[in-house]
Design a protein. Structure first.
Length: 174
């Protein structure tokens, strides 16, 4: 025996969300993107916060022994600028992706670049050989970015197949 799906009435919050989405599709898309891609949003914010922290710090962060390898590669100010620009661009991309134009190919590139960035940070802290816990934490950030890139590539595959007219249903969350 097959049971028919029972349609339940909407709750007040569901009705409010549906009305909000109908009136403000751009903002509703951003909220939907935030919920679907929370890890991407958090790591973009983390990158921006890392840059702001370096830029606004009263102490020379890279004078600490754990950052000596990173300081040898590039001055602290350049790390701060790179993180601020990269984090801001990534957040902008996620806003555009959620509210206006789906852009999984750009999300792949952003996740790959940021993943390499976190891997470099992790490697630099590990090479300093002072026992910093940051090496492990930033390695996990790089791993999370690899997962983000894979998820975005899946979304790109769905979008590309839909655009080629192969009959694959469009993903509305891509």
């Amino acid at each position: 025996m097959i049971l028919a799906a029972v349609r339940r009435p909407m709750t007040k919050i569901e009705a409010w969300c549906a009305a909000f989405a109908a009136r403000h599709p751009f903002l509703a898309g951003i909220v939907h993107s935030l919920l679907d891609r929370l890890c991407e949003w958090l790591l973009a914010g983390f990158t921006l916060a890392w840059g702001i922290t370096l830029a606004r710090s009263d102490v020379d962060t890279f004078a600490q022994p754990s950052f000596r390898v990173l300081a040898a590669w590039m001055p602290e100010e350049w790390w701060a600028i790179a993180c601020c620009v990269g984090g801001t661009c990534r957040l902008g991309l996620l806003i555009i992706n959620g509210g206006w134009k789906k852009s999984p190919h750009f999300r792949i590139a952003a996740a790959a670049c940021t993943g390499v960035f976190w891997a470099v940070i992790s490697y630099g802290l590990r090479e300093a050989q002072v026992g910093s816990t940051g090496a492990g934490v930033y390695a996990l950030c790089a791993l999370a970015e690899a997962v983000n890139a894979l998820r975005a590539s899946r979304d790109a595959g769905y979008n590309d197949q839909q655009g080629a007219g192969r009959g694959v249903p469009a993903r509305h969350d891509a």
